[in-house]
Design a protein around this ligand. Structure first.
Ligand SMILES: [Zn+2]
Length: 482
């Protein structure tokens, strides 16, 4: 990995005496003959040249216009390749206090899968992830650009480990002070033991401090209340099914005790009215609202019995200690009746069916995998690619899908001016594909090279990263055997 092109190029410059070469070309290289995919318009500019200067897309133009920028040995012929912006996985968790080295070894794997940015949605490793974020930003560690919530807000004694647990406004403010000190990129809130009332106060307080706020939707709040309070995105499209019912009525029934929380959850699915939901999606779309569907996790659980995961290729990167966590969710589902199993499949299909409606309504769909050690068979990096495949099966068009995994993430964080499209002046995060992704999104599986903040990794270097991750897994498993 160390002998990547940027470093080789440096050697050339020392030898090069060509007067045509402009100064400071040490960190410059030119991609030529490349098909540039414009994810905004969903079109392709063929036979272009892209000048990368350090971490930036410096110029885009015809080969004739740009070939004088660098000597020939700093030009990379990308004939037949398609350049897309680096992919964003907008929902991952790097978790497990006993899985620090395991997670760290997976960071380059994200790059090898074309994922140059991830949004970490909080975990018990929050402080570690913040440190990795900064190390990657300083160029000390190879991995995707990380945006992270650090640790999330919850109620007391939640099922999740190491949350920032609160039970009143004073504790809420203390924990927000802590998140300020962490310099988190957004605030994540979940509802396992947090009351709707304090959840809503948390959204308002975090929003008031200027944070983007994301998370789950408590059963004793409505989506409308959350959106009005400054909740930036809903994580998991399962919650959107509530928009197919009278949310206020069901919420009131939960609050006055006439409906249990689990009965309320069932009612949202059983009484789902598609037309009603579409109307509500349109209201969200008008606001330019953000949703991260995270379908792959629900799919894996719904089809646990049908799928045999024992031969999954990705297992070669995951330590035994990592995959031992998978038993937790399998155990929680062990007593499911045939009816419950069928309902799991039906619910998954109903949620997946919402995607084209959300898209048509103008909601910003963000591709996110929810990859996590606790999320059974939702593999880091690989599951984002599977998620994109599900989007296509659900009826989204390839250009729409590309936007969910590129510009929509940048829009969420307000950084679209700086990154996530192939335009001059933007961060040089690119993936070169062998096939046209506008014809079939599965083209993202066939990667020729990845450019992360200007650093060029060819196929061999990407394979070396993957091999390194596989070796680390074997070494860790061995070391822990005794
Ligand atoms: Zn999650």
């Amino acid at each position: 990995m160390r002998n990547s092109l940027a470093v080789i190029v440096l050697g050339f410059l020392i030898l090069s005496c060509s007067g045509e070469v402009k100064e400071n070309s040490a960190n410059k290289y030119l991609l030529i003959n490349i098909n540039v995919v414009d994810v905004v318009s969903g079109s392709i500019k063929p036979n272009m040249a892209i000048l990368i200067d350090s971490a930036t897309i410096s110029k885009i133009g015809t080969i004739d216009a740009l070939k004088g920028e660098v000597p020939e040995n700093q030009q990379i012929d990308a004939a037949g390749k398609y350049a897309i912006p680096g992919l964003w996985d907008m929902h991952v968790h790097m978790e497990g206090k006993d899985l620090v080295v395991d997670n760290k070894a997976l960071l380059p794997v994200f790059l090898a899968y074309g994922i140059t940015t991830v949004r970490d949605c909080a975990s018990d490793l929050g402080e570690q992830v913040l440190a990795w974020r900064d190390e990657i930003n300083r160029g000390e560690l190879i991995g995707p650009t990380i945006y992270t919530a650090g640790r999330k807000l919850e109620g007391k004694n939640s099922i999740w480990k190491d949350d920032l647990e609160i039970e009143n406004e004073e504790e809420l403010n203390q924990m927000l002070d802590k998140l300020d000190a962490y310099h988190v990129d957004f605030v994540k809130i979940t509802e396992n033991t947090l009351s709707g009332d304090l959840f809503l106060k948390s959204v308002k307080a975090a929003h008031g401090r200027g944070y983007r706020v994301s998370g789950h939707v408590p059963i004793d709040l409505t989506i409308e209340e959350l959106v009005d309070a400054g909740f930036t995105s809903i994580e998991h499209a399962s919650y959107l099914l509530r928009l197919g019912s009278d949310e206020h009525k069901i919420k009131q029934a939960v609050l006055n005790g006439s409906l249990s929380k689990s009965d309320a959850a069932n009612r949202y699915i059983d009484q789902f009215d598609q037309e009603k939901a579409i109307t509500a999606y349109e209201a969200l779309g008008k606001k330019g609202y953000f949703v991260t569907p995270t379908l792959i996790g629900g799919r894996q659980l719904a089809f646990l019995e049908e799928d045999n995961h024992q031969q999954d290729d990705f297992l070669k990167y995951l330590t035994k200690r990592f995959t031992d966590n998978y038993a937790w969710r399998i155990g929680r589902m062990a007593g499911d009746t045939p009816e419950q199993k069928q309902k799991r499949k039906d619910t998954y299909r109903l949620i997946a069916k919402q995607l084209p409606y959300l898209q048509a309504a103008g909601v910003n769909i963000m591709a996110g995998s929810d990859a996590a050690a606790l999320n059974t068979y939702v593999y880091p990096a690989a599951s984002l690619i599977e998620e994109l495949g599900i989007f296509q099966q659900s009826g989204l068009k390839p250009d729409q899908i590309l936007r969910t995994a590129t510009i929509n993430g940048a829009k969420y964080f307000g950084v679209l001016d700086e990154t996530s499209t192939i335009d001059e002046g933007k961060v040089a995060d690119l993936v070169l594909l062998n096939d046209n992704p506008l014809e079939d999104i599965n083209a993202v599986k066939n990667i020729s090279a990845v450019i992360a903040k200007g650093q060029y990794f060819d196929r061999n270097e990407l394979d070396a990263m993957l091999q390194q991750a596989a070796q680390t897994k074997l070494a860790l498993d061995k070391e822990r055997q005794d």
